[in-house]
Design a protein around this ligand. Structure first.
Ligand SMILES: [Cu+2]
Length: 218
């Protein structure tokens, strides 16, 4: 994990308690990106895993993440409650904050006994299958029970973006939050909207070092 060594500080793992909305907490979540999906372990055909994927082109932003954010996938199977960090959408007090231009490592921990395809709108992310520059580019990642995985994302699209489980009955039950990418220059927020990075300034250092950061969404 050489890329993590240069990170200023990782966030401590969240401590969640079981209760009405959380019927289980994964005590020892593990790396499972090298496993096929649930039920595909012993099929007669070949089943691909995430660790077999590589981007055909180098990841557009080669920076190591400067900040880490952990989000737990939580629920109560019997009550059919689904949430992030134990808080369903209708009870969330504020968005998940990204800061424009930052390189962020988002770690998902699945505390439930189900698989969840977690989807971020607005930005592709690089799934951390290794520390190479050819991580698979995704906007949705399937998170297995008791799995802990990470993706690196560059917050290059200012605005509010949906972040949710793509099993829509889970999303409707509350497994959804808003990611707000906050502009570096607040005055640029209205002109940037959801249209991408054009129309407002990059920091000079970023412009020099990362000329192609924002051009890789294809
Ligand atoms: Cu789900």
């Amino acid at each position: 994990m050489s890329g993590m060594a240069s990170m200023a500080s990782g966030s401590p793992a969240k401590v969640l308690k079981t209760g009405v909305g959380i019927d289980n907490v994964a005590m020892a979540p593990v790396f499972r990106l090298n496993e096929p999906g649930l039920g595909l372990e012993n099929v007669p055909h070949r089943a691909l895993t995430y660790t077999q994927l590589r981007s055909l082109e180098p990841n557009p932003d080669p920076r190591s993440p400067e900040r880490e954010l952990e989000i737990r996938l939580t629920g109560n199977m019997e009550r059919y409650m689904w949430s992030f960090d134990g808080v369903k959408l209708s009870a969330v007090e504020g968005p998940i904050i990204f800061h424009e231009g930052e390189r962020l490592r988002v770690t998902l921990v699945n505390d439930t006994m189900m698989t969840h395809p977690i989807h971020l709108h607005g930005m592709f992310f690089d799934l951390v299958v290794d520390e190479s520059a050819f991580k698979p580019r995704k906007h949705t990642v399937i998170v297995k029970p008791a799995e802990k995985l990470s993706f690196d994302v560059t917050a290059d699209h200012v605005g509010d973006w949906a972040f949710h489980c793509h099993l829509l009955f889970h999303m409707h039950a509350g497994m959804m939050q808003v990611v707000s990418v906050m502009p570096r220059d607040p005055g640029a927020a209205t002109s940037a909207g959801h249209q991408g990075h054009e129309g407002h300034d990059m920091m000079p250092a970023e412009a020099e070092e990362q000329p192609d950061v924002h051009g890789g969404h294809n």
